[in-house]
Design a protein around this ligand. Structure first.
Ligand code: FES
Length: 105
């Protein structure tokens, strides 16, 4: 079974990354998309917390956290728990959440 992983930075003093990771886990269950069939293959999604993703400039300036979606390579910044619903929806639709995307240079 293939895996998709969301790595959520929890290096902020505010604890927003931890809250975002919890909200994403909850939302995966609510939307029933923890496991999806994509292109005939079962895809399981895991939410993982991590330390600094080296995107501090973005996440420390705003009130949210940075996260990376692997293997898609999407990089989001300033994401907050209230964004979990549409971040999870984007996993199912394949359309990124444009206003949270960062340029991963
Ligand atoms: S503190 Fe979030 S990426 Fe560095």
């Amino acid at each position: 079974m293939a895996e998709r992983r969301l790595f959520v930075c929890t290096n902020q003093k505010s604890g927003v990354g931890e809250d975002l990771a919890k909200a994403l886990k909850k939302e995966l269950k609510i939307q029933g998309v923890k496991s999806l069939v994509v292109g005939g293959q079962k895809l399981h999604t895991r939410i993982q917390t991590c330390n600094c993703l080296d995107l501090c400039k973005q996440c420390k300036k705003g009130p949210g956290a940075a996260l990376v979606v692997y293997p898609e390579g999407l990089v989001y910044g300033n994401a907050r728990p209230k964004d979990a619903e549409r971040l999870v929806q984007s996993l199912a639709t394949g359309r990124p959440v444009a206003d949270l995307l960062l340029d991963a240079e």
